[in-house]
Design a binder for this molecule. Structure first.
Ligand SMILES: Cc1cc2nc3c(=O)[nH]c(=O)nc-3n(C[C@H](O)[C@H](O)[C@H](O)COP(=O)(O)O)c2cc1C
Length: 387
């Protein structure tokens, strides 16, 4: 999209923080809070972004670098820059463009889209409407039979990689949601209802209400109602289950949501070809370390056996390059594009991803790095200056 064709309100957004402000204006507060918030005191939520300030990138000049190649390979798919759109449930509640809008924007920007198990669009519709790399995020289930059905669906639809998210064995304590009454089913407070009424465009665009694109299939079976689904999806699986899932899926396979280096070793021993170092954006457990704190240990422990994908806290191109300099093989995250989606649908996601990709490519010139292989531990230093 040329600069003139970008809607004016998005053109005025110059970074992810600007898109976040616009998202806040566009959404009723319970929906914005559900995306933006974390659990308990939101300590890890703020640590995830602030931790990047503990590191400096060291520019290099007279390198002759003008054009850069920021491409890499993640989960078996070549991407043009080292970020992919991570799984986020309920995208149609942010904007009717939903999962298809995000996938199309990701593919236009040269990267991959990971579809959440909590998708509000049917997987087959996402596949039919898009043409780039797609990853399938599996929510662990109590029954292997149900997981086998989902894995088969991912195979039938031609998803390129499987991601299993393991870090919400139970729901975290999200107090912003509790205050507004956000949940399944929602039980909105009067203040929350008023904020929905005050956003009539958003409210009308939600009719008819989005369903569960993946789980609706199971809910048509009379023996499988919402109570059954909730019981299936709230479960603490084991490394044996992970090894079993691996045995059902031949392609690239990532375990998402690990911050403990022992878990990273277990995941690779169980057959994971990638580990997604992540605290899920502090949405379920507070006081976990900021993901970046753990990155060097992860790279030391498993970097020679598996991809180390970094997640949680990326808002800037320099954040991406810091993670790459510390040894990540690629990065992901969701809020940064969720803000874009809420701010302007697919065009808003395109704005978010284009801004971020431009930052990465511009900053690589400053680092004198023609390719990501030249973004190394020599490119980064821990700050000694007090912040
Ligand atoms: C609205 C929302 C929904 C999410 N849903 C899922 C999900 O269904 N599955 C999952 O693995 N992660 C989910 N995540 C977590 C993201 O994949 C990612 O780990 C997290 O957003 C990282 O934090 P950041 O976006 O602040 O960088 C969700 C995140 C958000 C913001």
């Amino acid at each position: 999209m040329t600069e003139q064709k970008i809607p004016r309100k998005l053109r005025k957004c110059h970074n992810i923080a600007d898109l976040r402000k616009l998202a806040k204006k566009s959404l009723p507060f319970p929906i914005f809070d559900h995306v933006d918030g974390g659990c308990d005191d939101e300590v890890t939520l703020s640590d995830n972004t602030e931790v990047f300030g503990n590191y400096s990138l060291i520019p290099r000049y007279c390198s002759g670098v003008e054009n850069v190649d920021a491409s890499t390979t993640v989960l078996g798919s070549k991407i043009e820059w080292p970020y992919f759109a991570g799984p986020a449930g309920g995208l149609k509640y942010l904007h009717r463009d939903g999962e298809i809008g995000v996938a199309r924007a990701a593919h236009k920007s040269g990267t991959a889209f990971a579809m959440s198990g909590w998708t509000t669009t049917k997987p087959e519709d996402v596949v039919a409407a898009t043409h780039g790399p797609r990853f399938f995020q599996l929510q662990p289930c109590r029954s292997r039979e149900v997981m086998a059905e989902m894995i088969q669906l991912a195979k039938d639809e031609g998803f390129n990689a499987l991601i299993i998210t393991v870090d919400n064995p139970i729901h975290g304590n999200r107090e912003r949601d509790a205050r507004s009454g956000f949940g399944v089913p929602a039980n909105f407070t009067a203040k929350a209802m008023l904020s929905i009424i005050c956003k009539p465009r958003w409210a009308l665009s939600m009719l008819p209400m989005p369903g569960f694109g993946l789980y609706d299939k199971w809910l048509t079976d009379p023996d499988r109602d919402m109570t059954w689904l909730a019981h299936q999806l709230i479960t603490n699986i084991t490394w044996e289950d992970i090894a079993w899932i691996r045995s059902q899926w031949e392609g690239p396979f990532a375990v998402k949501g690990l911050v403990n280096v022992e878990d990273a070793r277990e995941a690779v021993d169980a057959g994971a070809s990638a580990v997604i170092l992540s605290n899920q954006g502090a949405r379920h457990f507070d006081t976990a370390p900021a993901a970046l704190e753990m990155l060097p240990e992860f790279v030391d422990a498993i970097g020679d056996r598996a991809e180390v994908i970094f997640d949680s806290g990326i808002r800037r191109g320099t954040d991406i390059l810091k993670a790459m300099a510390l040894g990540a093989t690629a990065v992901t995250g969701a809020r940064l594009y969720c803000y874009g989606l809420a701010a302007g649908g697919q065009a808003g996601v395109e704005r978010a991803l284009n801004l971020l990709r431009a930052e990465v490519e511009r900053d690589m010139v400053f680092l004198g790095a023609r390719t990501l292989a030249e973004v190394t531990p020599n490119s980064i230093r821990k700050r000694t200056m007090p912040i």
